[in-house]
Design a binder for this molecule. Structure first.
Ligand code: AMP
Length: 153
């Protein structure tokens, strides 16, 4: 099997986000691949900006909520040693933005959690499901166990 060259970690900061991040990091190390990260803002309203939907991480926006999101992303990227050029924060619908960025950046593996903030009662959340269906590259869904769900089975 060919080695992966560019891995994209889709991060939503849900309860199990760290597990997904560590998996992506380990895969990037194993394949000596470039590791990028995307966080899509779908939970805070978009202020008037001059820069469209891609948020420059190196400029102060003046919006407190946005600065909080940026500082979360920065802290995570420092821990994972992801350089500034490989960090993406965009406004939009996660399922679309993840797939589009992967195509634009020639990603060959997207790593998502099996569920995050939207799919706790499902085996596969809606974002994960849509990315699996629409991405042109490989997708790895890290199985995240939801104890209360599995107790019901
Ligand atoms: P969901 O299907 O929405 O429950 O989420 C499944 C996975 O999709 C999460 O574990 C993340 O890897 C990814 N994901 C969901 N929402 C976002 C987001 N806003 N930004 C980046 N990745 C996301």
């Amino acid at each position: 099997m060919d080695a992966y060259q560019h891995i994209l970690l889709a991060m939503d900061y849900s309860e199990h986000g760290d597990t997904v991040a560590q998996k992506a990091k380990a895969l990037a190390a194993k394949y000596q691949a470039k590791l990028s990260i995307i966080h899509v803002l779908d939970n805070i309203s978009m202020p008037d900006t001059t820069y469209g939907t891609i948020i420059p991480l190196d400029k102060d926006s003046g919006y407190p909520l946005l600065e909080t999101e940026k500082s979360h992303l920065r802290a995570l990227c420092e821990r994972l040693e992801i350089p500034g050029t490989n960090r993406w924060m965009v406004w939009g619908a996660p399922k679309q933005e993840i797939v589009q960025l992967a195509e634009r950046q020639q990603v060959d593996l997207i790593v998502v959690g099996s569920h995050g903030r939207h799919g706790l009662s499902l085996l596969l959340g809606s974002t994960a499901n849509s990315v699996l269906h629409h991405a042109k590259c490989d997708v790895m869904a890290v199985r995240l166990l939801n104890d209360s769900f599995f107790e019901k089975l």
